[in-house]
Design a protein. Structure first.
Length: 341
């Protein structure tokens, strides 16, 4: 049986009533949506001695994102802030802690999407910055384009005042060790051994959704390789009419399957629940390409989908004062957090 979990019925938490909002394509009358921020820290294997650090990281990220949403009312802020926490955490393959190319360098991919406007921003081959997710947002907000690569992306980073770090600043002992292992083992699937791509999805009480994904990619990748994470529809997608998705796993498979878009198409056009959709699409992708992955998703009603066909995937979400997290199949640890955390 493939790995996944069934989420428990959620407790009744305070519900914010929304006005009918009229935006663009249709009028949305939504209520009873519980604002939620859900994050993942990558699908694959997690060493037993790292599990607690990884859980701590994803919980911190979900809390930070949730707090940002309360403070600014923006789901885009929520997913950006959540991902930034994980980009700064050495236990994840994004920002600091990114895995290395064959040449021993860091080349990062990221994308962010605002489901209320179908707006998005993407970067690939970002170097020497801690927060590629914020650069992706800059592409969306500060340029007429939606995807910048390499030198062009770095020029924007400089113009927008991003701190440009010394070349070695993002390279860790762990990523160097992993590259050595990769070179000896000569495989292209080391994401299964050490996961850590990060992502977040969020919904507010009015049904506005957003998604973000950030990664160092695959250990030992050729310089210039672009994965699924910066590609809208593959690694990331958000649309208020369906929901928001962030993917992790084998990028070459996820992009060919257009995984995130397919999940939301099932919700929008076939009346699937979001959990059914993430399960079916990931199972199909895994069967077709013999490559594994993981998904987190929120549909336009605020229901959650969490699923992976790898051994483990770290995830966490905050909804009201409940903070949930897990890494194993069926695991769902819950703690109650203070209002002011
Ligand atoms: N999807 C990422 C990539 O292929 C890797 C991962 O999620 O672990 O770049």
């Amino acid at each position: 049986m493939l790995h996944g979990l069934r989420l428990p019925q959620r407790l009744l938490l305070p519900i914010v009533k929304c006005q009918t909002i009229t935006w663009g394509r249709r009028s949305l009358a939504k209520d009873a949506i519980l604002p939620t921020v859900l994050v993942h820290g990558g699908a694959g294997h997690i060493d037993a001695d790292k599990v607690e650090c990884v859980k701590f990281g994803v919980k911190q990220a979900a809390q930070r994102g949730y707090k940002a949403m309360l403070e600014t009312g923006s789901t885009l802020d929520a997913v950006e802030q959540a991902v930034m926490v994980l980009e700064a955490d050495i236990h994840f393959n994004a920002g600091f802690g990114s895995v290395l190319t064959q040449d021993g360098n860091v080349e990062m991919d990221a994308s962010i999407m605002d489901g209320s406007r179908l707006e998005g921003g993407c970067v690939t081959m970002a170097r020497n910055i801690m927060h590629p997710i914020s650069l992706a947002r800059c592409v969306m907000e500060k340029t007429n384009y939606r995807f910048l690569a390499g030198d062009g992306a770095m020029r924007l980073a400089k113009e927008e005042g991003f701190e440009i770090l010394p070349k070695s600043a993002l390279i860790t002992e762990a990523s160097q060790k992993l590259l050595k292992v990769f070179k000896i083992s000569n495989t292209d699937t080391l994401y299964n051994v050490v996961p850590g791509t990060v992502g977040a999805v969020a919904i507010d009480a009015c049904g506005n959704v957003a998604a973000a994904t950030s990664t160092g990619g695959l250990t030992g990748k050729l310089s210039g390789r672009v994965g699924d994470s910066p590609i809208l529809g593959a690694g990331t997608y958000a649309d208020n009419e369906a929901g928001a998705v962030s993917a992790t796993g084998h990028g070459e498979s996820i992009m060919r399957y257009n995984l995130s878009s397919r999940v939301l198409a099932l919700v929008r056009h076939k009346d699937y629940s979001i959990q059914e959709a993430v399960e079916e699409m990931l199972q199909n992708m895994t069967a077709h390409f013999k490559q594994t992955g993981g998904l987190i998703a929120i549909d336009h009603r605020g229901q959650l989908g969490i699923y992976f066909t790898t051994e483990l995937m770290s995830w966490a979400y905050q909804q009201g004062n409940e903070l949930h997290c897990g890494v194993e199949v069926g695991e769902d640890e819950v703690v109650i957090v203070d209002d002011d955390t």
